[in-house]
Design a protein around this ligand. Sequence first.
Ligand code: FES
Length: 74
Amino acid sequence: MQAAFKDNHGLQCGFCTPGMVMAGLEIVRRHGPNVSAETIAHDLEGNLCRCTGYQNIIAAIGAGAKAMGGKSNA
Ligand code: FES
């Protein structure tokens, strides 16, 4: 998941990033490797980012989910 954030430019200042990565892991645990962008966006509700506009965060979590194959401890 951390590599997916780096590869997909899922952060700018990095302030929100630890929480986004942890939320991403929970999203994978709950929804598996083929989670939709809409579900990721919904489940990130309450995790605020003042920099990115969320597009790259959503892309990063989707890529991380696929790379992890649904294993939330990877
Ligand atoms: S990257 Fe700056 S708050 Fe999210």
